[in-house]
Design a protein around this ligand. Structure first.
Ligand SMILES: [Zn+2]
Length: 68
């Protein structure tokens, strides 16, 4: 069963909720903190690795170094 993070628009708290396979409208999700049904689903941000090094520049493979 998928688990989603929600942010309550009323009190600003973030909570997660198990969502059944049935479609549950965000407006039906009740905030456990203030009991308001103003939760907004948060989409989990994908993990983006930012190294600064482009994958094409591999060390040890430099055509201009004049091997031979
Ligand atoms: Zn709330």
């Amino acid at each position: 069963m998928p688990m989603f993070d929600y942010k309550c628009e009323a009190c600003g708290k973030i909570f997660d909720d198990l969502v059944s396979s049935r479609d549950t409208a965000d407006s039906e999700i009740e905030c456990p903190h203030c009991k308001e049904k103003k939760a907004k689903r948060l989409f989990s941000a994908p993990a983006i690795a930012v190294n600064g090094a482009p994958p094409t520049a591999s060390p040890g493979c430099n055509p201009s170094s004049g091997f031979s």
